[in-house]
Design a protein around this ligand. Structure first.
Ligand code: NDP
Ligand code: MG
Ligand code: MG
Length: 341
């Protein structure tokens, strides 16, 4: 069983005695910076030249510097830019400006675990990874609650790395909910496995096949969209509240019986063999290499795949169906802006 730590296990004064640089002000960055500041920590935000986030961070009362200058002053540097850009920023702006004994923090283990970032032996290397999007991390903190966090130490140069990481976790509200002790290896590999096989890859492919099967059999696409995609949220909410048992309890007996007899006909044992193959590619680094090599080349494969998937008829039907919901009118604006329909 996992070891779980709470507020009483953490010494908030440790992080309060340090200068913390938050690099990036996106989903996680804004939440960490504001929560730390409100917990009495001395925070500076490091942003790239010309960043559109400078004004936002300043409006929220934070001090903003260049990435290099924020790093120079800091005892703890938390890197919260997208995983595929961390290595370049590290080499160009962070590593050359890091104090000799500064701790380097992450919210995901990708770059450390796969060796894309290799901090020198004098630095503590820690992770504090909230199990939720940054906006939830901020909202929960403001409401006096917290989002559970994963905490781990890859390199303990100071002999205090764990205590400082737990202190940081407390300052962003994580230990209000609970901090689970893990390792960079476990966090990285399970995170990639979950998103590839179940949460993103698995679910997307399942929805797509379900939609195609109904439409190819002559059913109306709108009906297919409702039945294999739109209603998924209702099911997921029930699972989130009370596990598979609550979901089965809440559905009709017809649905529950169909779940037992037809689920294993669709998701056959060979799916588990394929999951093991995906896990092997995660463990041996070949997925990471494929992703980073493509990103370094300007992401040609990534962009091609994204364009192909956006063109699937499921997506056009989805836009039409979602527009029927009065409360849903603006939800497509963020991610269809400037992209081809
Ligand atoms: P975001 O995509 O929200 O980060 C955006 C920020 O990064 C912006 O401030 C942006 O700058 C800055 N940025 C982007 N590219 C560069 C660059 N090349 N140089 C300098 N700054 C850059 O990231 P997330 O918050 O989603 O992720 C940060 C980390 O947190 C990742 O390691 C991720 O895996 C992890 N994580 C994310 C979770 C989430 O829910 N999003 C959950 C748990 C962990 P600008 O403002 O100038 O555009
Ligand atoms: Mg992930
Ligand atoms: Mg139904």
């Amino acid at each position: 069983m996992a070891e779980i730590f709470h507020d009483a296990d953490a010494d908030l004064s440790l992080i309060q005695s340090k200068k913390v640089a938050i690099i990036g002000y996106g989903s996680q960055g804004h939440a960490h910076a504001l929560n730390l500041r409100d917990s009495g920590v001395d925070v500076v935000v490091g942003l790239r030249e010309g960043s559109s986030s400078v004004a936002k961070a300043q409006e929220q009362g934070l001090t903003v510097r260049s990435v290099a200058d924020a790093t120079k002053e800091a005892d703890v540097v938390m890197i919260l830019v997208p995983d595929q850009t961390q290595r370049g920023l590290w080499a160009a702006e962070i590593e050359p400006n890091l104090k000799a004994d500064a701790a380097v923090f992450f919210a995901h283990g990708f770059n450390i675990h796969y060796g894309y970032i290799k901090p020198a032996a004098g630095h503590d290397v820690c992770m504090v990874a909230p199990k939720g999007p940054g906006h939830t991390v901020r909202r929960q903190y403001e409401d006096g609650r917290g989002v559970p966090v994963l905490v781990c130490v890859e390199q303990d140069a100071s002999g205090q790395a764990w205590d400082v990481a737990l202190s940081y976790a407390a300052a962003i509200g994580g230990t209000r909910a609970g901090a689970i002790k893990t390792t960079f290896k476990e966090e990285t590999e399970t995170d990639l496995f979950g998103e590839q096989t179940v949460l993103c890859g698995g679910v997307s492919q399942l929805i797509t096949y379900g939609f195609e099967t109904l439409v190819e059999a002559g059913y109306q696409p709108e009906m297919a969209y409702f039945e294999v995609c739109h209603e998924l949220k209702l099911i997921v909410d029930l699972i989130n509240e009370g596990g598979l048992t609550k979901q089965r309890w809440s559905c009709s007996d017809t649905a529950e019986y169909g779940d037992y007899v037809s689920g294993p006909r669709v998701i056959t044992p060979d799916v588990k063999d394929h999951m093991k193959d995906v896990l092997a590619d995660i463990q041996n680094g070949s997925f990471a290499k494929r992703f980073i090599d493509d990103q370094d080349a300007g992401a040609p494969e990534f962009k091609k795949l994204r364009a192909e998937h956006e063109r699937h008829p499921l997506e056009a039907t989805g836009r039409e169906v979602r527009s029927m919901f009065a409360w849903n009118t603006d939800v497509d604006a963020d991610y269809t802006d400037g992209q081809t329909a």
